[in-house]
Design a protein around this ligand. Structure first.
Ligand code: ADP
Length: 157
C-alpha cells in the first residue's frame, strides 16, 4: 500500500490545494493531508478550524485522511508508514524553496521521496495569502475556495 502525506499550512485550503489532492488520491492508495502545527507562527485560522474545513472539503474522497502534526514532516511520514511527500508547484518562484525543502528532507531520510504535482491552469495562481488579502479588502473569494470555506470565512472573518 503506497501512502503519501500532503503537508502544508492550508490557511485556508483552496481549490488549488484540492486539485493537487485529487491528483494525488488517484495515484496513491492513501493520502493524508496534514496541517503543520507551527508553534510560533500565528495563523489566520487556528489549526483546528483548518482541519475542520479540510475535512468538509474532502468528504467525497474515499482514500484521503485529514490530520495535523507537530515537528518534522519526515518523522510524521515515518510514523504513518508513508514513502512519499506531496508538494505542489505553481510558478518558478515556488521552485527554489520547494527544491531546498525536498533536498533537506531527502538528506534527513532518503527513503522518503517528494513528488511534485501541478494543478489545472485555472487553479494554478491561487494562494492562501492572496485569498486572505482579497477577503480583507471585501472582494469575492467564491471562485478560489471550496464552498464550505467560502461560507465559513464570509460569516466568521
Ligand atoms: P506551506 O506553508 O507549507 O507552503 P501551503 O498551504 O501554502 O503550505 O501549500 C502547501 C503546498 O501546496 C505547497 O507545496 C504549495 O506550493 C502547494 N500549493 C498551494 N497552492 C497551490 C496551487 N494553486 N497550485 C499548485 N500548488 C499549490
Amino acid at each position: 500500500m503506497k501512502i503519501a502525506i500532503y503537508p502544508g499550512s492550508f490557511d485556508p485550503i483552496t481549490k488549488g490545494h484540492l486539485d493537487i489532492l485529487k491528483n494525488a488520491s488517484e495515484i496513491f492508495d492513501k493520502v493524508i493531508i496534514a496541517v503543520a502545527r507551527n508553534g510560533e507562527k500565528k495563523g489566520f485560522l487556528t489549526v483546528d478550524e483548518r482541519v475542520k474545513l479540510i475535512k468538509e472539503s474532502v468528504k467525497d474522497f474515499d482514500n484521503v485522511e485529514v490530520d495535523s502534526f507537530e515537528g518534522l514532516t519526515i518523522e510524521y511520514a515515518k510514523q504513518h508508514g508513508a514513502e512519499v511527500l506531496i508538494r505542489g508547484l505553481r510558478a518558478v518562484s515556488d521552485f527554489e524553496y520547494e527544491m531546498q525543502l525536498s533536498q533537506t528532507n531527502s538528506a534527513l531520510c532518503s527513503d522518503i521521496k517528494t513528488v511534485f504535482l501541478t494543478t489545472k491552469p485555472k487553479y494554478n495562481f491561487i494562494s492562501s495569502s492572496t485569498i486572505k488579502e482579497i477577503l480583507n479588502n471585501g472582494g469575492d473569494i467564491s471562485k478560489f475556495v471550496p464552498e464550505c470555506v467560502f461560507k465559513y470565512l464570509t460569516q466568521n472573518k
